[in-house]
Design a protein around this ligand. Sequence first.
Ligand SMILES: [Zn+2]
Length: 353
Amino acid sequence: MARDVRTSGGGPGRRDVRKLPKAHLHLHFTGSMRPATLLELADRDGVRLPDALTSDEPPKLRATDERGWFRFQRLYDAARSCLRTPDDIHRLVREAAQEDAADGSGWLEIQVDPTSYAPRLGGLIPTLELILDAVHTASRDTGVGMAVIVAANRMKHPLDARTLARLAVRYTDQGVVGFGLSNDERRGLARDFDRAFAIARDGGLLAAPHGGELAGPASVRDCLDDLHAQRVGHGVRAAEDPHLVRRLADTGVTCEVCPASNVALGVYDKPEDVPLRTLYDAGVPLALGADDPLLFGSRLAAQYEIARDVHAFTDAELAELARQSVRASRAPQEVRERLLEGIDAWAAEPPEG
Ligand SMILES: [Zn+2]
């Protein structure tokens, strides 16, 4: 399967977005896998993958209805079932870092619910420690700064989320920087997870739940009011409510916008329907992300290409998007400064051609 969309890079009158330093704040663990790696691991284990994971085209998913979301989750589960050994985890993280490095990312926050990997890897704590070890090794080898966001699953009991939050807090000095909440926003209430988020925030973690993807503006408001979100995973549907847009802009809450994912999952029909302009022009800080490149077929730099090609972002605006991603990150001060300087240098250079 050769479906990773490669960006066109620079060209006459335009700078290469792969050389634009940026931070990547919305990337899921299994979803970051290279398609070729998935095929290789499945072959090794004799796993028969669903056709949608082996074809050259990214699967067509209509996750806006529950059946479509369920199908997306089944594909994700099938891919995850191929990650079986500590070496697999190291390989996945190393390749994610390599892909990010090639796309100009200088800081990657990878999101994971360790619960789903724990049965094969010796339990929750060994799994998280293995992931953190892989992150440190990959970061050292690739030069991409990396950290982990531990994400709870809103399809599970809120008590499980609290257990995860307590676990995450124990590893704040070893690379865990945030706490998330993922899966179907239409299920359950954000406030069922308020205690878990309170534990995470009190422990110094950034609150970054998903909202405003499958559900409308109310789900983003719930993230702000009930979970005190400092970043929102997706958040794009906030654009349907001007008051909420103003609130996000005024409070500086960053939306982790994943344009290719939104179209692949049917949140919007076409790339031009993703309200990137609405949010950006209103002053909502944005951090573009790839979400699940394994399933959606494009990585980080491709999201900036969409902003340029579909939404007419100028190079100066792309540079500002990159700055917003860095500012919203939990990267250490020296990394932020280095990336921001690199962004200024990118924007100051004459375009190619
Ligand atoms: Zn996501």
